[in-house]
Design a binder for this molecule. Structure first.
Ligand code: FES
Length: 142
């Protein structure tokens, strides 16, 4: 079965704040490291703070949640674009903020509604947990 995504207008410049305005990164601020579950402040909150700092001036919105349901493979974050598939990533670190911003900028350039794979940072290749269609994409699905 082939899943055909909605065809979207490509966003002109991924580094343009207007182009990234459709992008949101959702970070779980409760995630703990499997190797050090008692560490405080929680590494998820460190990642959230780093993503907020890294997103300054990009046009990308950053939101925090208490859990993304990916606790065993945290740290966790999701990258969303209006009208497109959403991506949940795991096995991130407090240092993954730059990769998440790079992934969001890359996704903003996509004309087919998917985050391009090859150009993604490595952490967003090996750490993919799930991708989920938006309601707009459902009309293209069987
Ligand atoms: S605590 Fe972070 S995904 Fe559940």
């Amino acid at each position: 079965m082939t899943i055909v995504p909605s065809v979207l207008e490509p966003v002109s410049e991924a580094s343009d704040p207007d182009a990234c305005a459709a992008m949101t990164i959702v970070v779980c601020n409760s995630c703990r490291l499997p190797s050090d579950p008692l560490l405080e402040p929680r590494p998820g909150s460190k990642l959230a703070a780093a993503v907020i700092a890294e997103a300054a001036g990009t046009g990308i919105t950053v939101k925090q949640v208490g859990c993304l349901g990916n606790c065993k493979r945290g740290l966790s974050a999701a990258v969303l674009r209006d009208g497109c598939w959403s991506y949940v990533f795991g096995e991130l670190t407090p240092e993954s903020a730059e990769d998440l911003i790079a992934g969001a900028r890359l996704f903003a350039t996509s004309a087919d509604g998917f985050m391009p794979f090859r150009a993604r940072p490595e952490s967003l290749k090996r750490g993919l947990i799930a991708r989920i269609p938006s309601f707009a994409n459902l009309k293209d699905l069987p």
